[in-house]
Design a protein around this ligand. Structure first.
Ligand SMILES: Nc1ncnc2c1ncn2[C@@H]1O[C@H](COP(=O)(O)OP(=O)(O)OP(=O)(O)O)[C@@H](O)[C@H]1O
Length: 321
């Protein structure tokens, strides 16, 4: 069982937002829709949720053809970046809302709300108003509220987008742990490759309305299908007419087989790292290689030194540029 998206297309006027999307999102996994702004991620998520209808194609959720079903009959929960909370209701009431409108017995509602508040670590804030929570706590409350009605699928559109970097990082670690506890099929939209690499089981890279690649974080990072995926998923440099990750370039003070000579033009200390920028003799841009400070010290090079660059012997991902 899973979410099956077959032949989904969506236009806005002449603009093609999604072009023949075919995708299987496995049950029980955390799947990231990753891509640059305007790539079609939110449109696809909204089509899965039933908030937007596709021009063509079908959406099947856990074996049921959901293409024509309204959102409330799809058994999905969603959380958006700017979550609309009921400001006048306590945290516990906000979480209980979906259960109360479904007229579940009071005792069951109380028990379920307690469970959920434990799960999102907000039990001690049950009686506060949302305005008395931090941004990160509010998003956790939003997740508890979405989970309350036991959806088969949880859809998150940049749920941590509006928060500062530190809180975002905490919340994504927390989301991963939460997912490992509840295993609800989760699809989240992000334009942040680090977020996708760190949290997702499967990443779907969307660009200009098309799927560029689908795979595990390791597959995408180590074996990108094309130039776009490689440069979107991490830093890349161009060396000797090829694309390579900066971490896959070694610097030597003596020549060796396959090395490319160059001159060290800049040495920059950034925290625990030293970034050495080398101008190769071969045509092409300067290459910046990150090293640990200890290793940079043992190399003993300074600006103006002659050095030799070596693409890592493991031959890590080199994609013709
Ligand atoms: N209701 C609409 N009317 C017209 N164009 C739209 C509409 N909704 C989305 N679009 C366009 O469709 C394209 C895809 O939008 P979408 O929101 O899916 O992208 P995204 O990948 O989620 O981007 P972002 O990360 O910026 O949210 C964009 O170019 C957007 O301007």
């Amino acid at each position: 069982m899973s979410i099956e998206i077959a032949g989904v297309g969506k236009h806005f006027g002449d603009f093609v937002a999604l072009d023949d999307i075919n995708l299987t999102i496995p049950s029980g996994q955390l799947t990231a829709l990753l891509g640059p702004s305007g790539g079609g991620k939110s449109t696809l998520l909204r089509i899965i949720a039933g908030l937007e209808s596709a021009d063509s194609g079908t959406v099947t959720i856990e074996g049921v053809d959901a293409t024509g079903l309204p959102p409330q009959r799809r058994n999905v929960g969603f959380v958006f970046q700017h979550y609309a909370v009921f400001k006048h209701m306590t945290v516990a009431k906000n979480v209980a809302f979906g259960l109360e409108i479904r007229k579940r017995p009071k005792q069951e509602v109380r028990r379920r709300v307690d469970e959920l508040l434990d799960l999102v670590h907000l039990r001690q804030f049950a009686d506060r108003l949302p305005s008395q929570l931090s941004g990160g706590q509010r998003q956790r409350m939003a997740l508890a509220r979405a989970l309350a009605v036991e959806p088969k699928v949880l859809l998150l559109d940049e749920p941590f987008g509006a928060l500062d970097a530190k809180v975002r990082k905490e919340l994504r670690e927390w989301l991963r742990r939460l997912h490992d506890e509840v295993h609800v099929t989760t699809v989240f939209v992000t334009h942040d490759q680090e977020e996708a690499l760190e949290v997702a089981d499967t990443i779907v890279v969307l660009n200009e309305g098309r799927i560029e690649q689908i795979g595990s974080p390791d597959e995408l990072y180590d074996a990108p299908a094309n130039h776009f995926v490689m440069s979107f998923l991490g830093e890349v440099s161009t060396l000797d007419g090829r694309l390579i990750r900066p971490h896959d370039i070694a610097i030597h003070t003596v020549p060796g087989p396959g090395t490319i000579p160059g001159v060290l033009v800049r040495s920059q200390r950034v925290g625990f790292e030293v970034r050495l920028t080398v101008r190769p003799v071969t045509p092409g841009p300067d290459v910046t290689v990150p090293l640990t400070k200890t290793f940079a010290d043992t190399l003993g090079v300074r600006e103006g030194s002659q050095v030799w660059l070596e693409p890592s012997a493991a031959g890590a991902p080199l994609v013709a540029s």
